[in-house]
Write a protein that binds this ligand. Structure first.
Ligand code: SF4
Length: 144
């Protein structure tokens, strides 16, 4: 198997996720953390939570991007190795949600970094987050 195919195969078989709260109310975070509990058993898909951006494949973002978090978000994204992917979890990460236009909120997430999958909801259920990650993996599998 050529090296690039092997990397792609490994990424699809075991995506390592990094979770970053850019200003969420914690509703979406609780659902994302619930997904990682034994009840949903995402490890059967090879999904693993990775604390270091340098080893993560997928960035899970929750919340509208506050001005305070903006530089940290950019730094974390830059530190991730390419190819990297971003999943927006919840209405706030997708569009700003109820915090859109607030004085402490910067731009919409997809105006700051490229977003690959949007998971709407306030908050989305763990099943919806899992479906979003599965959609991303299907997208990767279909990509050349
Ligand atoms: S989408 Fe809803 S639950 Fe998620 S951070 Fe925004 S307000 Fe909170």
């Amino acid at each position: 198997m050529p090296k690039l195919d092997l990397v792609k195969w490994a990424r699809i078989k075991s995506p390592w996720l990094l979770h970053f709260n850019t200003g969420a109310c914690n509703g979406c975070d609780i659902e994302a953390v619930a997904l990682l509990t034994p009840r949903y058993d995402v490890e059967r898909f090879g999904v693993k939570l990775e604390p270091s951006p340098r080893h993560a494949d997928v960035l899970l973002v929750t919340g509208a991007v506050t001005k305070q978090c903006l530089s940290r978000l950019k730094m974390i994204y830059q530190q991730m190795p390419s190819p990297k992917f971003v999943v927006a979890i919840g209405a706030c990460a997708c569009s700003g949600g109820i915090f859109k236009g607030c004085y402490g909120i910067s731009e919409r997430l997809d105006k700051i970094i490229p977003v690959d999958v949007y998971i709407p909801g306030c908050p989305p259920k763990p099943e919806a987050i899992l479906q979003g990650v599965a959609k991303l993996l299907a997208k990767l599998e279909g990509s050349k």
